[in-house]
Design a binder for this molecule. Structure first.
Ligand code: GLV
Length: 317
């Protein structure tokens, strides 16, 4: 009997999904060694958004046929190195869109209304009572929202913002949206600089790549009016975190909220102490149902590809 394919599962996934993989494969789901050592005999690899699958790892895994990510972003995977070896890469689009958009709205509200700073004051016993200007933030309803990156997640946020909060929508994107999508949202395309100058709240959902590295740096932050807020739901590295901390500290920006960080799980120390800044540990897609659905889709891809079938959600190199 032929040996069952060997699959390495890097993140801890829902037991029911793991059981499906264990029924079909020889699974290493709890290895403590570095990924390269664990993958030496792997036919398949399941990763999250932060395990690095670089050219060195690919070279160390001669049998690898599929890298299945349970995330939608694939900037942690060297797609060219995988393509060169004929390794299929899959991601998990769609299943996390709505949950991620929910957190986008939570962060937008947190940034606009200074939730973290206000809560910290209360928890540390520094609340001196109700006062008119106390933590007075910016309105979200009716304000101008600028979304940078109008893919699936950007559009899901736009629907909530426009239909739920009556926000007026501007967006920056490589391509303009088709009228069938843009018109019901009243979405107006802007070049990035113009969007930064015009929006009351800016929300980033653009994928990370060499071209979006520090897309929002000191120059771009200086274009934003001082009453504006910034939300990074995209990837660490899309924002220059040090420049953002500096802008907050100098009062050049009213607030910010970030779910992703350059070099996470480290967070720039200046951001940790910056005022009017809400920080969450990369949890945008973290509802129980969605995290299970993401893992299930990655498992579906592994089961299909290692059975010689087409991947459900392949990523083009
Ligand atoms: C999470 O960050 C993802 O890319 O799915």
């Amino acid at each position: 009997m032929a040996a069952r394919p060997h699959v390495v599962v890097a993140p801890a996934i829902a037991p029911e999904v793991l059981a499906r993989l264990q029924a079909a494969f020889d699974v290493d789901a709890a290895g403590l060694q570095p990924l390269a050592a664990r993958c030496a005999h792997a036919d398949g690899l399941l990763v999250g958004p932060t395990e690095r699958v670089d050219a060195a790892l690919v070279a160390a895994c001669p049998r690898l046929r599929i890298v299945a990510s349970l995330a939608v972003g694939t900037n942690n995977i060297d797609l060219a190195a995988c393509a060169q070896r004929g390794i299929t890469v899959t991601n998990a689009p769609d299943v996390l869109t709505e949950t991620t958009a929910d957190l986008g709205l939570a962060l937008l509200l947190a940034a606009a209304r200074n939730l973290s700073t206000a809560e910290r004051e209360l928890r540390t016993g520094n609340w001196r009572g109700w006062a008119v200007g106390h933590h007075a933030g910016a309105d979200v309803h009716g304000a101008v929202l600028g979304i940078v990156g109008m893919g699936r997640i950007g559009q899901a946020i736009a629907r909530r913002a426009v239909h739920g909060f009556g926000m007026r929508l501007r967006y920056a994107n490589r391509r303009e949206l088709p009228p069938a999508v843009a018109t019901p949202l009243g979405a107006q395309w802007r070049p990035l600089d113009a969007l930064l100058q015009e929006a009351d709240h800016v929300l980033l959902t653009v994928p990370y790549s060499a071209t979006t590295h520090h897309l929002i740096g000191a120059r771009e932050l200086a274009l934003m009016p001082p009453h504006a807020t910034l939300v990074n739901l995209a990837r660490g590295g899309v924002v220059d975190d040090a420049a953002l901390a500096c802008a907050l500290r100098q009062g050049r920006l009213a607030g910010a909220a970030l779910d992703v960080f350059e070099g996470e799980p480290r967070v720039h120390p200046e951001l940790l102490t910056a005022p009017r800044c809400t920080l969450t540990p990369h949890i945008a897609s973290a509802s129980r149902a969605t995290r299970t659905a993401m893992a299930a889709l990655a498992a579906d891809n592994l089961l299909a590809v290692l059975a010689g079938q087409a991947a459900r959600t392949p990523v083009q190199p």
